[in-house]
Design a protein around this ligand. Sequence first.
Ligand code: MN
Length: 503
Amino acid sequence: MTIEKLTNECEKYTTKKELELITRAFDYAQKAHAGQLRKSGESYIQHPLHVAMTLAKMRLDGATISAALLHDVCEDTPITLQEIEKEFGKVIAFLVDSISKLSKVRVRKDITAEAPDQNEPDSFHSFPRQFETLQKMFVAMAQDIRVILVKLADRLHNMETLSYVAPEKQLRIARETLEIYAPMADRLGIGELKGQLEDLAFPYVHPDEYQKLKKIAKHDYPKRLRHIKNVQKAIESELKKNHIDGEVNGRVKHLYSLHNKMKRLDLDQIYDKVALRIIVDSVRDCYAVLGIIHKLWKPLTGRIKDYISMPKPNGYQSIHTTVFCLDGQPTEIQIRTRQMHEQAEFGIASHWHFKTLQTNPSFTKNPDEIAWVRQLAELQNKLTDPGELTEGLKLDFFQNRIFVFTPRGDVHDLPTKATPIDFAFAVHSDLGYHCYGAKVNGKMVTLSHPLQNGDIVEIIPNKKSSPKSDWLNFIKTSEARSNIRQALKAKEASDYNLTRKHK
Ligand code: MN
C-alpha cells in the first residue's frame, strides 16, 4: 500500500483541503513510525495505510482518514496526544485518543485462558464474557461513531495479518473478532466487513469445520458457478427485452455464514451458496424485475422476502426470491437499487454517499425499524459540514440516547432518563406488564430510577403484578406508554364487569 493509492481513492470524494490534511497526517505518521516493523516484517506504516484505505473505500471524511493514519502513533512512539492536538486539532486528537483507549479494553486474561467449549456454538453464547468490551465500544460509539469505524478497519487489517502473530494470541484475537467486532459491523449494517471479519476468524476458531467446508465448497462451487453464468445470461436478455437497465452479478457466499446456516440446514437445502444479484436504478424497477423473474421461472413459496417495504432493523433493503430456473435448480436472486447495494455493503458509512437519505421515499415507509440508523445518518450529514465538525464532539442523537444492557449482554438503546419500566417494555411487552422490581448494576433501584449509559439492568418480574397508572408520570418511551394505557383500560373493563357480576 502506498500514500498515492490512498490519495487516489480519497480524491474521488474529498476536497483539496482534506487531501492536504490526509497527506500531512501520513507524513507525520511515517516519520513517527520510522524504523518500526510489523510482525510480518513490513514497515509499520503499512498498517495505518491499510486501515485508512478501508475507510477511504467507505468514503469517510478527512478527519477519520487522518485519525486512522495516526491511530497507533501515541501508543507506539514517544509522541504525545498533546502534540497531535497541536498539530491536527481537537477533533483528530479526540478520535486518536478514543481509538487507543478502546485498544486497551481487552477481554480479561482469566476469562480467555479458559479453553473454548467446542460444543458451544460461537458468538452469542459467550457474549456475557466479552461483555465489558462490548459495553465500552457502545459507549465510545455514543461519543463518536467514527471511532468504531476506525476500530473495525483496524481489526480487519490485524486479522489479515494474524498468521504472523504468536499462536497463543491468535485464538483470543480471532474469537474476539467473531464475538465483538463482526456483530458490531452487523449492527451498523456493514455487511461486507462483517463477512470479511468472520471469514478471517473462522479458520482459527473452528479449524476442523473450516477445512471440511472448504473441501465441500471446492467440489461444489465450479458447477454452481456454471449454473449461475447461464441464469445470468437469461436474465440479462430478459432485462434488455423489457428496457430495464440493470447489472447482474453472481457471487459466492461467505464461508462462515454458510457454516452458520449448516447448523440448521443440509447443504442441499441452502439455495444461496451462490447467489445472484440484480442491481437496478429505482425501486419501481426492483418490483418490475421481480415480476419478470417470476413470469420466467416458478418461485419457491415462502422464500419471497420483501426487505424493501420491510427493511431489516439495521437498514438492509432488497427483495429476495428463490426460483426454479433452467434445469429446475432452486436459485436465490436478490434485487436492489444501487443505493440499497451501497447501504448493504457499507452500512452506516454509506450515508456519506447518500446525503439525501431522509428524503428518500423508500426509507420513510417503515420509519420505526430503521429509526436509529436513519438518525445516525442525519448526524453524519451534520458531521460532514465543516462548521458543525468543530462545534461538538458528541453526536446530538446520542446525547439523548443511552445504551443499556440486559444481564446477558443484549443491548437496547433508549432515550436519556429512561426508567427500568421503559427498559422492560423494550425487552418484551410481557416483561413490562409484570415488572415488579429492578436491579441496576446489581443494586435494587426504584422503578422510576433514571438509567445511565452502559447500565446493566435486570428486571424482576412477578406474575401477579400489573402496570400502575403512576408509571405514566415517569416513563419516557411511547412504547411503554401505549402498552401501559392498554393494560390499564383492560383492567378497568374487567373490574367493571366484576362489580356488575357481584351486584
Ligand atoms: Mn492498529
